[in-house]
Write a protein that binds this ligand. Structure first.
Ligand code: ZN
Length: 108
């Protein structure tokens, strides 16, 4: 659903998952905000490509917006990064964050 946008935008939204086999696995890293251990992701457009530098990662635990570095470490998205995100993609990210927060509220 966002695949047409990725041509104009450097970043794909990568939603971190709990490690199901359906998802692409990569080296272990952690959310800089909550410390949640991350070793897999799923792209929201269904294309399970490897994450690359500047791809956006949304933490499945705390819904923080992060991004991948060259070494596939995860760092927090800066204000400057946020300003460079296309408005459509920003909306998509806000929607995903809302769903994560709602899901986590229902589990508690
Ligand atoms: Zn987190």
């Amino acid at each position: 659903m966002i695949s047409s946008m990725t041509d104009n935008c450097a970043a794909n939204v990568i939603l971190i998952n709990m490690g199901s086999d359906a998802y692409h696995h990569h080296k272990k890293t952690a959310c800089p905000n909550c410390g949640y251990s991350i070793d897999a992701h799923a792209a929201t457009d269904g294309v399970n490509d490897k994450p690359k530098k500047d791809d956006i990662s949304i933490c499945a635990k705390c819904a923080t917006w992060n991004k991948y570095t060259e070494d596939l470490e995860i760092v927090t998205l800066t204000e400057e990064d946020k300003e460079n995100i296309a408005p459509e993609l920003l909306l998509e990210m806000q929607g995903i964050s809302e769903r994560i927060k709602l899901m986590n509220r229902n589990m508690n």
